[in-house]
Design a protein around this ligand. Structure first.
Ligand SMILES: NC(=O)c1ccc[n+]([C@@H]2O[C@H](COP(=O)([O-])OP(=O)(O)OC[C@H]3O[C@@H](n4cnc5c(N)ncnc54)[C@H](O)[C@@H]3O)[C@@H](O)[C@H]2O)c1
Length: 445
């Protein structure tokens, strides 16, 4: 039996992609005592890591990196071939997104090619991003075998291990909160996966019979959540229309153990939940299968920014404020509360919808001070007073904790009454005079 120390002293890890997920994986292996080479094409990110300035919202990362750089157990490079030559375990954690509605595997392919040029007998390759079923075996494996002239399973191990993390508590999620899902090309690869992941995962491992099933498992988690959110959005709208409170109703319904209604909101963002159903939809279309429920759920969730803006415009009109030139403060650019990640944030669509109505927009986020995607006419600030100055309506788009403290008295006395649209149910309705606050899912009788 190989002990943890024996195994880790023998192996060198190369982690390709040091973003939210890869950075967290690197930190977990460093905390376990491994030697790690971090590989990323972003020189800016490598520099930030060296300076101890990276991954600000993810606990444990920057301090683990700084300590490990000092101890010389962590080195950084943008040379993926060299890192492959120097390492025995290579973990791929680069992004997989959508380009023109098609799954974009370019970064995975690029990294795999680099790895193949330094691949040696006895090495282990672990793929982590969420990918269409079949990617590890049909795309990654042939690239590795062709360049290296080695054979997967016989000469090197091939593992798929999807990462299951919640941004902001990634290290704890990997180390403590979930079992690691593992799968291998064959029994030898699987044995290696088991040996490795039991070292870092307190909850142990959950073995999937095939690589493709492990790949599909991860997509299903996201698809389930997207459909569930669409259901919550539809039921919340129903509650608004019949004049009842979705949130109270949800509490009651979820007290039954088979009911797990999620939250309605202004939209679904980030690189995971809105992307995974689309990966399945696109993959299924190749065999002529239409994924009706996934498509319909996407449609509901994609329409939420427009629906919420339309409801806000109705509030303005009811209060005799014309939408043209109305001042709107949109709070939160992160795709959800407490994250600095803005990718696919519904706030972008919220802003576009308000602009179509002729409104003047300022966006506030406590953590994001710069953004190149927002239209030029829209100001972005971290100063809440500046964002809400003279606002006719405050629109809560992301549930950053700091917004929960806002109420009608948060603004200087003598100001006209500001209207509030709470797209995340984060405000305390008791702190608002009647008629000034609309919360998603709460109908008025
Ligand atoms: N963000 C999440 O919460 C989450 C959770 C579970 C799984 N995932 C999966 O993990 C993948 C990665 O997510 P992320 O949030 O870490 O992405 P990210 O964009 O934060 O990080 C990816 C990193 O890879 C680097 N990179 C891109 N191409 C490269 C290349 N060719 N060589 C080396 N480095 C390269 C980028 O510079 C970036 O630093 C996602 O596509 C998703 O499938 C994400």
């Amino acid at each position: 039996m190989v002990t943890k120390n024996q195994l880790l002293s023998k192996e060198v890890f190369a982690i390709y992609g040091l973003g939210n997920v890869g950075g967290s994986i690197a930190a977990v292996w460093l905390r376990a005592g491994a030697k790690v080479i971090g590989v990323d094409i972003s020189k800016t990110l490598l520099q930030q890591i060296k300076e101890g300035n990276s991954h600000k919202k993810e606990p444990f990362l920057s301090e683990t990196f700084s300590k490990s750089i000092k101890k010389k157990t962590f080195s950084l490079t943008s040379n993926g071939i060299d890192a492959s030559k120097k390492s025995s375990i290579k973990i791929i954690v680069v992004p997989v997104g959508l380009k023109n509605k098609k799954v974009d595997l370019n970064s995975v392919i690029q990294v795999t090619k680099n790895i193949s040029k330094g691949l040696k007998k006895g090495d282990t390759i672990i793929l982590s991003p969420s990918v269409p079923p079949g990617t590890t075996e049909k795309i990654v494996l042939p690239i590795l075998e062709k360049q290296s002239k080695l054979k997967g399973e016989k000469d090197f191990n091939v593992i798929y291990n999807p990462e299951r993390i919640f941004e902001g508590r990634a290290v704890k999620d990997i180390e403590e909160n979930y079992p690691a899902i593992i799968s291998g090309l064959g029994p030898k690869s699987l044995k290696m996966a088991e040996k490795l992941f039991t070292l870092i995962s307190k909850k142990g491992v959950l073995i999937m019979p095939t690589l493709a099933e492990a790949e599909a498992e991860k997509l299903f988690e996201g698809a389930y959540r997207d459909v569930n959110i669409a259901l919550a959005n539809e039921l919340a709208d129903y509650c608004e229309k019949i004049g009842i409170n979705f949130w109270e109703t949800r509490k009651g319904a979820n007290s039954q153990p088979f009911c797990h209604l999620h939250y309605p909101g202004t939209g679904v963002g980030g690189l995971c939940i809105p992307v995974y159903p689309r990966i399945i939809i696109e993959d299924a279309s190749k065999i002529g299968k239409v994924m009706n429920l996934l498509q319909y759920s996407r449609k509901i969730n994609d329409n939420m920014p427009k629906k919420c803006v339309d409801d806000s415009i109705n509030m303005l009109m009811k209060n005799k404020i014309k939408p043209i030139n109305a001042k709107i403060a949109v709070l939160g650019l992160g795709f959800r509360g407490e994250v600095t990640d803005t990718r696919l944030s519904p706030t972008y669509d919220v802003v576009d919808e308000f602009l179509k109505k002729g409104c003047i927009i300022s966006v506030h986020d406590p953590y994001i001070f710069e953004d190149k995607t927002l239209p030029k006419s829209v100001s972005l600030t971290k100063n809440l007073s500046e964002a809400t100055k003279n606002a006719d309506l405050i629109f809560i788009s992301s549930d950053h904790k700091t917004y929960s403290k806002l109420n009608s008295k948060s603004f200087p006395k003598g100001r006209k009454s500001i209207l509030f649209f709470d797209g995340r149910n984060i405000l305390n309705s008791k702190s608002f005079p009647k008629g000034l606050l609309h919360t998603i899912g709460i109908g008025k009788t």
